[in-house]
Every structure is written in structure tokens, then in C-alpha cells.
Design a protein. Structure first.
Length: 170
């Protein structure tokens, strides 16, 4: 991944993807929500920066702790114990929980290790799990981003927007 000028190329990519998400979902009468952990609301900020987002974006929950993931999104304690908070399974339960919480047509769940600390056995800094659920089913993917904390977070938002489009049918 190449970054320059304070992440300008990634930010421009996120901006265009957010426009595409709002346009596609508006044209198809779909709504979107999110459950964010390591991105801390960046996905919500990207989508809501687009004019017309209020027609499609129902909300985002920043669920930074396991306790909040369980209480607000219904992430299973067994999932967290068996797979850890950094897993496809947790991201999947987060996206499904957000879809239910916000009563949206599609939802995204993001969890991972943005760094610089927090690496665990087999899961280095930059490991991010993203799940999207929508009319086309669910998609859960594992990513390994390079760079500092901000680069990891921005890359996660970019990939989450792509997955949201796929789960919505684009």
C-alpha cells in the first residue's frame, strides 16, 4: 500500500467509494448501518460527508470494547472466547448486530488491530476483519494492512465500503 501527502490518495479513494455507496443505495432504496471498533467512527464520517447520506445511512455504533459488542450488538461471549475479538466470526456478528439494531438493509462490522500495540499471537498489527451483510448475503474477510495506526484505519474504511457495495448487490 502506498501513501503520500498525509494519506491523500487513500482519502480520495474513500471519498469516491462513499459517494458510490450513497448513490447505489439511494438508487436501490437500501439503507446502511455499521458497527465499528478499530475505525472508531471513520466509516460513519466518510458516508455522512456525502450529500444525501441521510436517505440511506441509519447509524453507526462504535463498539470499542468486548462488553459493548456483547451488550449492544449481541456478539456472543462464546464467539469472543473461542475466536477472539479479532476474528471473522466477531466481525460477522457485529455486522448482523448492527443490521438488527438499526433495522437496515445492509450493515458493516469492523474489528482489528490498528496499532502500534495490541498484536497477539498470529495476529500482527494491521490485522483487520470486516464483515458486510445485505441483500446479496454476507461477506467476511481478513486483511493485513501496513503502515501506522491511521493508515490501517483508513485502509479498513476503504475495504469496508467496497464490501458494503458487494453485500448490497453492486
Amino acid at each position: 500500500m502506498y501513501f503520500h501527502e498525509d494519506n491523500k490518495s487513500v482519502t480520495e479513494s474513500i471519498d469516491s467509494l462513499a459517494v458510490n455507496v450513497v448513490k447505489y443505495m439511494t438508487e436501490h432504496g437500501l439503507t446502511l448501518s455499521a458497527a465499528e471498533s478499530c475505525t472508531g467512527g471513520l466509516l460513519a464520517a466518510a458516508v455522512t460527508s456525502v450529500s444525501g447520506a441521510s436517505a440511506i445511512f441509519k447509524g453507526s455504533a462504535v463498539t470499542y470494547t468486548e462488553e459493548v459488542k456483547m451488550k449492544l450488538l449481541g456478539v456472543s461471549p462464546q464467539t469472543l472466547e473461542r475466536y477472539t475479538v479479532y476474528s471473522k466470526q466477531t466481525a460477522d456478528e457485529m455486522s448482523r448486530g448492527a443490521k438488527e439494531l438499526f433495522d437496515s438493509d445492509a450493515a458493516v462490522g469492523i474489528t482489528g488491530i490498528a496499532g502500534p500495540g495490541g498484536a497477539v499471537d498470529g495476529k500482527p498489527v494491521g490485522t483487520v476483519y470486516i464483515s458486510a451483510v445485505g441483500p446479496q448475503g454476507s461477506i467476511s474477510e481478513e486483511f493485513h494492512f501496513e503502515g501506522g495506526r491511521q493508515e490501517v484505519r483508513l485502509c479498513a474504511v476503504r475495504e469496508a465500503l467496497k464490501l458494503a457495495l458487494r453485500a448490497a448487490g453492486n
